[in-house]
Design a protein around this ligand. Structure first.
Ligand code: HT7
Ligand code: ZN
Length: 844
């Protein structure tokens, strides 16, 4: 497959004044009639008329009322057209029922739905399917379905038909249609200018009881976007539809968001606190796209982070305002390190604004989303909060209704702040995570910190230039008092020193507060200093970070057989847990250990070969030591977990449950599952029930609870996804592959459903000790399933293939076995472009 290059961008040859679509729904023979008013683009560099189209049967085409026979070519059609505005008409036939890729128009549980981002609209009709062609759409749907929806405002409907009008020009990727047997939760929202907006959350009959939380999250998001960004909603109605078969979390189609059921349906009995939190964030994210993505869209897909990075940043801000800022920041950074740093350190590393791609679906990555969000966060830190708000106002007024670029975005900041951001732009064009090494000097009351930055080579980019890095730094005196509150040091050179004078004693620095830049900080530090920061740092992120690095030091030492600062860690963590003035959610986070993947990367970076079993055992050893050290404290601290008030999925209650479950996980190592069984038996919400089930599985006492869980929730797809995932996550490493194999034979393993496939194989590749078991059977099983899934759903197969992303980290045996499997998948006849690109990049 040939790559597409950013440098080859040219403006569209024709623009569109208006689109009318008519759908005659049928499971295997849907007819789509399109009427499109084209007009030559004065900025075009060519007059060639090309429309994208894939898997369409063309019935008829006409220009200005005269039938024509267009030239059907690979990926679309060409035709001779007038050098003046003209009307294009076409009729095509498509088969939603046999569309298993879940792109374009497809069926999920008897319901019609669409997914058009990035390039799905070309599977619905012939069209210039590129985001810089924006047009208002009118849609008529004819069919037997009781509910038939599309973007924009409802115009009219009758028996067997419905008409919709979306006045806001939009690219085709934001088109949506849904039709089926659906019921709505209704509500309304009065906007800041007093307009009433109807809100509807559509679900399958039976799921109505899981819609209250989502609706509230939507109203909170609408209000927040008005208050914080001054953004008002712009249609008469906003709708969300929940569908079971969906490739990602959700999609921001104009006025008609489509959601994976897992990203919107929630109830205390079936959803965990983490589910509630994720749902709130995704609803906000999709709603915020109405301005950052829809009103201002991307010129081309190389600009994807323009909408995704900014919208992730906005949803992170929202979650921080709705919940605990500190806890949200820690969680966001953990996710960034877990997914984006892993990507940036391996064969899939790429720029936030890539120069080329083969399959755009492969670029919906942590780099585009989460690193993109970090770049915006850094910009805000550099220019200050007020200047950020002004820049955003300018962005919205200057580019409303446009398909913009990342360059436009940075320019807005330059114009509104008068700062030169030339060097900052490198963040968008240089892949890889910068390392920042710190050394210090102390003499006569003067403290000097010297920072050296370097970014390792990434595929296709050997040389890296220094980045513009905001380093948030504070200094603590020997008694723990802050002697210098947070300052932003702007690092622009490869090596740079900063001096602080007039200090009474050598300070302890707190560097990279609130994780002010997405870098890896390298600083030799003693266990005592880490414990000191854990106890005294006023920056909650760095307080947590101190505990995490101390835990990492212990684990690395346990793995390499060096002296581990175990006592320092255990006493520091005990002080932390005893401190009732600290938020339980924060304390729960300090109990968490660095992941196996994080440790493997750390060892690899240090020039060692990670052994997945040694890493796993080190974690078990440390948890056992924690359990024994804390055993007297556990019962008292765990008591708060059963809150006395009715279940609320808010941050306060969730924090108590998180802490309680963290402690139960330790107690479980001492009591052989007794407390977990008791909790499982009395749990009246999914958070506690699932936490207890995990512990029982870990203690190898989970059989009865698993059977009970299944019996209770057999008909609930989302809960059954948990049933599958838990067994993989909590398996003993030597059993994992067999458990996965057994689960794939279960009658409920509907592998064509992305949620179910991810529940099993996502959990599998996230379990390094199990996946990398020395036998190599896990690799083979995984490859078998990639081969099976690829022709059915290439997007998911390609995404999952990142399970092999880290293959070069491991020993020669494991590398050899993984390479064999990667090559076997790559050699599969007819392998999709998606999987070819991903596995090809992983291998090279
Ligand atoms: N903008 C959307 C990204 C997306 C997607 C969503 C669902 C299915 C397939 C998809 N391909 C791309 C989701 C978002 O970032 O908000
Ligand atoms: Zn998004």
């Amino acid at each position: 497959p040939q790559p597409i290059y950013l440098a080859d961008y040219t403006p569209p040859a024709y623009l569109i004044d208006g689109v009318e679509l008519e759908f005659h729904l049928h499971p295997t023979a849907t007819r789509v009639v399109s009427k499109i008013r084209f007009t030559p683009n004065p900025k075009a560099v060519s007059r060639d008329f090309f429309l994208h189209g894939e898997g369409l049967t063309l019935i008829r085409a006409a220009i200005d009322g005269t039938d024509i026979t267009p030239d059907l070519v690979e990926g679309g059609l060409k035709a001779d057209v007038p050098d003046a505005p003209f009307l294009w008409e076409a009729e095509v036939e498509i088969s939603p029922e046999t569309n298993t890729a879940l792109e374009g128009l497809y069926m999920s549980n008897g319901m019609y739905c669409t997914q058009c981002e990035a390039e799905g609209f070309r599977r619905i009709t012939y069209y210039p399917d590129r985001p810089d062609v924006m047009a208002p759409f009118k849609v008529r749907i004819e069919g037997r379905e009781p509910v038939m929806l599309s973007n924009g405002n409802p115009i009219a409907s009758g028996e067997g038909w419905a008409e919709w009008d979306d006045p806001w020009p939009k690219p085709a990727y934001l088109f949506a249609l849904v039709a089926g047997d659906l019921v709505a939760r209704d509500d309304s929202f009065t906007t800041m200018s007093g307009k009433d907006v109807g809100l509807k959350l559509w679900v399958r009959p039976g799921d109505e009881g899981k819609t209250a939380f989502g609706m509230q999250a939507l109203k909170d998001s609408m209000k927040w976007d008005e208050e914080v960004y001054g953004r008002e909603y712009d249609l008469d109605i906003f709708q969300i539809v929940a569908v079971s078969d969906f490739n990602m979390g959700a999609m921001e189609n104009k006025g008609l968001n489509i959601f994976n059921t897992s990203a919107v349906l929630a109830s205390p009995e079936t959803s965990t606190d983490a589910n509630f939190e994720r749902i709130e964030a995704i609803i906000a994210h999709e709603y915020f796209h109405n301005w950052t993505g829809n009103r201002i869209t991307c010129r081309d897909w190389f600009q994807l982070s323009l909408k995704e990075g900014l919208t992730v940043f906005r949803d992170q801000q929202f979650s921080g305002d709705m919940r605990s800022k500190a806890v949200c920041r820690i969680n966001d950074v953990s996710a960034l390190r877990g997914r984006q740093f892993r990507e940036d350190n391996g064969p899939l590393a790429h720029q936030v604004q890539p120069d080329s791609f083969v399959e755009i679906n492969n670029f919906y990555t942590a780099t585009i989303y989460e690193k993109g969000a970090e770049l915006i966060r850094m910009l805000r830190v550099l220019v200050g909060d007020d200047a950020y708000d002004k820049a955003l106002d300018l962005y919205f007024t200057r580019h409303d209704g446009e398909a913009a670029t990342i360059e436009d975005w940075v320019k807005v900041f330059e114009d509104s702040t008068r700062r030169d951001l030339t060097q900052f732009r490198r963040w968008y064009k240089q892949a890889g995570t910068p390392r920042v090494a710190v050394s210090e000097d102390w003499a006569d009351g003067t403290y000097t910190m010297t920072f050296k930055q370097s970014t390792p080579p990434t595929p296709g980019q050997d040389e890296k230039l220094p980045q513009h890095i905001p380093l948030a730094v504070g200094l603590l005196g020997p008694n723990g008092d802050e002697v210098l509150p947070t300052q932003i040091l702007e690092m622009t050179e490869a090596e740079q020193s900063f001096t602080f004078e007039g200090l009474a004693a050598k300070p302890v620095p707190s560097i990279l507060r609130h994780f002010s830049a997405p870098v890896i900080l390298e600083r030799d530090s003693t266990a005592q200093e880490r414990a000191f920061l854990l106890a005294h740092d006023t920056d909650p992120f760095n307080k947590w970070e101190a505990g995490r690095t101390l835990a990492k030091d212990v684990l690395v030492a346990l793995i390499t057989g060096e002296d581990a600062p175990l006592e320092d860690y255990l006493s520091a963590i005990t002080v932390m847990l005893r401190d009732d003035s600290l938020d339980p959610a924060f304390r729960a986070l300090t109990l968490g250990l660095p992941s196996q993947d994080d440790l493997a990367q750390t060892l690899f970076d240090a020039g060692l070969t990670p052994d997945p079993m040694k890493i796993y055992r080190a974690q078990q050893t440390l948890k056992q030591a924690m359990a024994e050290h804390l055993q007297d404290l556990l019962p008292r601290l765990m008591a708060d977990m059963d809150v006395t008030e009715p279940f609320q999925p808010n941050a306060e209650q969730a924090g108590k449950r998180a802490l309680g479950l963290g402690l139960l996980n330790l107690l479980n190592r001492l009591d052989g599952g007794a407390a977990a069984q008791a909790l499982y038996d009395r749990a009246d919400n999914m958070t506690l029930r699932l936490g207890a089930l995990g512990d029982l599985l870990q203690a190898q006492k989970g059989d009865a609870a698993l059977a009970d869980f299944r019996a209770q929730f057999e008909t609930d797809e989302l809960v059954m996804d948990k049933w599958f995932a838990m067994q993989v996550t909590h398996s003993a490493p030597e059993d994992t592959a067999q458990i996965v194999a057994k689960l794939t034979e279960d009658s409920a393993f509907n592998w064509k459903n992305p949620n179910r496939f991810r529940a099993v194989f996502g959990a599998f590749i996230m379990n390094p000790a199990g996946f990398h078991n020395a036998s190599g059977e896990g690799y083979k099983l995984f490859a078998d399933w990639l081969i099976k899934l690829d022709p059915v759903n290439p997007q998911i197969a390609a995404r999952m293939s990142s399970g092999f992303e880290t293959w070069r980290r491991y020993d020669a045996d494991r590398q050899g076995m993984m390479k064999t499997q990667i090559e076997r998948v790559l050699a599969t006849e007819g392998l999709s472009r998606d999987s070819q690109e991903m596995l090809g990049r992983i291998l090279n």
